[in-house]
Design a protein around this ligand. Structure first.
Ligand code: ZN
Length: 369
């Protein structure tokens, strides 16, 4: 027997032999799994036989390896998204169906009621309603779970797109499920059954998805920094209520992330030992310059100092330390509400404008100031 190694030496334990029935091919493939992967041997009656058959086996291994992952089955999934439920206030209702990439989006036409616990209040049980949209799509994977992971990422990006474009926080109500599974039953005290279905009884706003959303989707796939900024914007919306200081950190990141196309980070030159990269502040200003004048942007520069105090010192600036309570600052200065309703809101608005330009492919090639 003559063996030719294509992997590291090993302690032989379990192995798998692969033979083909063609008598012309005298050698067979022996695969020996080990902790680091697998050792693959070509086993045959003589060195000459191994040398002759190895080309054939290498070709077979390469071809089959190349096929792994390229011929996965396609799975159909569905998911539910909705704008943030409210009790009184305008709920966004999708007016028409839309198609974005491989996803089909349909209004459900259903009112969905749910409980919304208030923060830090035992009896603070609120109710809210919304009207979800149904998102259907397909993804490939060697099983549904693998396809589902792709679908979840797709739906998460779609919801962030909706949050930016429709200027409202959108949420995932049902993560992508296998199309073959029926819609899960909700708790009998929530869901659509207990309440009248006439949407016109409640304040709402009918919204349409713009045509350019299809191109915007493609841009998020082609431009990683745009996709990252989009995800960070959604994160800021998600944590703003309850964690405003961290929301500010996210929003500064959104602006800096888009600003990265205008400004490279450079190694600090303070001394030979310094490993710090600088230029983040320039990125922040560069991105703001595309949507604001220098004068109008100057109050937002103030975001840098609370952001850095949070990141580097753990200092919080909003209602985190008062369990969500904020004053209204009508008769006296209220730094917490100035922070939450002033600074963060202004930065969010600017970040959204910058993202919109990016999504529409309208960011200028040069910073404005
Ligand atoms: Zn330095």
């Amino acid at each position: 027997m003559y063996n030719q190694w294509f992997g590291p030496p090993h302690q032989e334990t379990t192995h798998y032999d692969f033979r083909i029935t063609d008598p012309v091919v005298e050698c067979y493939l022996r695969v020996v799994p080990d902790k680091a992967g697998a050792a693959i041997l070509i086993v045959g009656p003589s060195e000459a036989a191994v040398n002759r058959d190895r080309v054939l086996w290498l070709d077979a291994v390469e071809t089959s390896t190349g096929k792994i992952g390229s011929e996965h089955p396609e799975f159909s999934w569905y998911s539910l998204l909705t704008c943030e439920p409210v009790f009184d206030g305008e709920v966004q209702i999708l007016e028409t169906a839309a198609r974005i990439g491989t996803m089909q989006i349909e209004p459900s036409g259903v009112i969905y009621w749910e409980f919304q616990p208030d923060r830090a209040s035992l009896d603070g049980l609120g109710e809210g309603w919304s009207s979800p949209i149904i998102v259907e799509g397909t993804d490939t994977g060697f099983n549904f779970h693998a396809a589902q992971l792709k679908a979840v990422a797709r739906v998460a990006r779609l919801r962030a797109l909706l949050s930016v474009v429709l200027d409202e926080r959108w949420v995932i109500k049902l993560s992508p499920l296998d199309r073959r599974i029926p819609v899960p039953q909700t708790h009998p005290e929530i869901g659509p059954s207990e309440h009248p279905q006439d949407i016109n009884r409640y304040a709402h706003k009918r919204v349409r998805l713009p045509e350019w959303l299809i191109d915007a989707w493609g841009r998020t796939e082609d431009q990683p920094e745009l996709a990252n900024a989009l995800a960070a914007y959604q994160e800021a919306l998600d944590i703003w209520d309850g964690h405003p200081s961290l929301a500010l950190v996210c929003l500064v990141g959104v602006v800096e992330g888009i600003g990265s196309r205008y400004q490279d980070l450079v190694r600090c030159t303070c001394c030979d030992d310094c490993q710090v990269n600088v230029g983040s502040g320039k990125r922040f200003r560069a991105a703001l310059s595309v949507v604001l004048t220098k004068k109008n942007a100057s109050p937002l520069m103030a975001a840098y100092s609370p952001r850095s105090e949070t990141v580097h010192e753990g200092r919080l600036h909003g209602s985190e330390l008062t369990a969500g309570a904020v004053g209204f600052g009508l008769t006296q200065a209220d730094p917490q509400s100035d922070f939450e309703m002033g600074l963060i809101e202004e930065l969010r608005s600017a970040a959204r404008e910058i993202l919109l330009l990016g999504l529409r492919g309208e960011l200028p090639t040069e910073k404005r100031w």
